[in-house]
Design a protein around this ligand. Structure first.
Ligand SMILES: N[C@@H](CCC(=O)N[C@@H](CS)C(=O)NCC(=O)O)C(=O)O
Length: 308
């Protein structure tokens, strides 16, 4: 299996989650440093318009959303330690999804209270118009600060209990759920003053936090966006053998023209032809004039799949 390419940027914490997963699994990877906001002219044709970060590329297969990237790393690189061990897979999937979905905006609310004055106006504008649909400037979020603080603190209260006496949430081995929770915690701890630990009651979970921070990003080399594009152009998508062609629980048949759209943030519909779909994943085919044939993979949970 060739080494995967991660399109990511340094301050993206969803990217940090995947960088850490790659380090944990010991997969040598290639890093394309993308801008923190569009335009991303050599990535957009590969994703069909999906705009969030990170994106994983293996040849002409493009994997969108970390909720799919995690099980995909286990599937494509089965030799290393699993991110979703069978014994905890269902709970780890559900918990990771729920945490990120619930915690993202409140975490940003706490973050901007401390560092909001340093965020450039063009970034605030981009996040409002193209991503979150809300104004995340310090002033705009100030009225909700107390609510966000209470919500975030109450979430960490159960996390503390869940981690008592354990190295990781499900015991001795890390799972993708630990990484989901860790990445939003990383956003706060990396950027906010130390007082935030006490404010949110994080002291008890710091050993768990440090254990994950110590994993690092493993071995990787830099790749330009042009090189990654050329990899896609010169490859054909891998045959889909892990999903049934007509396995869509909603009954959509392979070959149907469809759109796939995130149902939370950056709701850009990606259109293509359905290749296969299952309970956890949707694969569509697109042909880009320059990049050629592509398979774009999305998670099922959190995305709307509809006939075009
Ligand atoms: N559910 C997505 C969320 C990804 C996400 O929201 N990433 C942020 C960066 S940390 C993003 O895309 N921000 C807007 C952008 O970079 O265009 C996932 O798990 O990958």
């Amino acid at each position: 299996m060739t080494s995967p390419i991660l399109h990511n940027y340094e301050f993206s914490t969803f990217s940090e989650k995947v960088r850490t997963a790659l380090g944990y699994k010991g997969i040598a990877w290639q890093s394309v440093d993308i801008p923190g906001m569009p335009p991303r002219p050599l990535l957009t044709p590969l994703t069909g318009g999906y705009r969030r970060a990170p994106v994983l590329q293996v040849g002409a297969d493009i994997y969108c959303d970390t909720q799919l990237i995690m099980p995909t790393l286990d599937r494509l690189y089965p030799g290393g330690k699993p991110l979703l061990p069978a014994a905890s897979e269902g709970l780890a999937r559900g918990l990771g999804f729920a945490w990120e979905r619930q915690m993202w905006i409140p975490t940003i609310g706490v973050l901007v209270h401390y560092i909001g004055e340093h965020i450039p106006p063009e970034f605030i504008k981009d996040r409002k118009e193209g991503y979150l649909g809300i104004d995340i400037s310090k002033d705009a979020m100030a009225p909700q600060f107390e609510q966000h603080l209470q919500f975030v603190r109450a979430q960490y209260a159960w996390l503390k209990q869940a981690l008592t006496g354990k190295a990781f949430l499900f015991g001795d081995a890390l799972t993708a759920a630990d990484l989901s929770i860790w990445q939003t915690t990383f956003l706060l701890r990396k950027n906010c003053p130390p007082v935030v630990d006490a404010l949110l009651g994080l002291q008890a979970i710091i050993p768990w936090y440090e254990r994950i921070a110590a994993i690092g990003h493993g071995s990787f080399s830099a790749l330009t966006a042009e090189q990654a594009f050329e990899v896609a152009r010169s490859s054909e998508p891998a045959p889909v053998t892990h999903l049934q062609p007509n396995g869509d629980p909603g009954g959509l048949k392979a070959g149907t023209a469809v759109t796939v759209t995130p149902e939370d943030n950056a709701r850009v519909p990606v259109s293509g032809t359905l290749v296969a779909a299952g309970e956890h994943e949707v694969v569509i085919h697109r042909r880009d004039e320059q990049a050629g044939n592509l398979h774009i993979h999305f998670p099922r949970l959190g995305f709307d799949l509809v006939a075009a």
